[in-house]
Unconditional design. Structure first.
Length: 99
């Protein structure tokens, strides 16, 4: 329904089916940037030190505190300097600017 709250539905599902949900505590699938910490401290991913001098093909990002390298990185939509910084670290060129 249009007025249904997706988070409430997921919470109810988790409560009724606790064995159907697996939490990704190690951030192996999804990683998060921390917008609340601001642009400088909240952008939580970097290229691992041993890969910085390698060609960008196959380069990955690693969480600076946990060392996790998740498949997906989530950031708030207006965290533009962080997003651009991640692209720069991966040496990705874009036809349009994120700013």
């Amino acid at each position: 329904e249009e007025d249904e709250d997706d988070q409430a539905v997921l919470t109810a599902f988790m409560y009724r089916n606790p064995k159907s949900i697996v939490l990704d505590y190690d951030q192996s699938m999804f990683g998060n940037n921390r917008w609340a910490l601001g642009e400088e401290d909240g952008c939580m991913f970097d290229v691992p030190a041993d890969e910085k001098d390698e060609a960008p093909v196959g380069r990955r990002l690693e969480h600076i505190e946990t060392g996790a390298s998740p498949l997906f990185i989530h950031s708030p939509g207006r965290f533009m300097d962080c997003h651009q910084g991640l692209l720069d670290k991966l040496q990705v060129t874009s036809e349009r600017s994120l700013k």
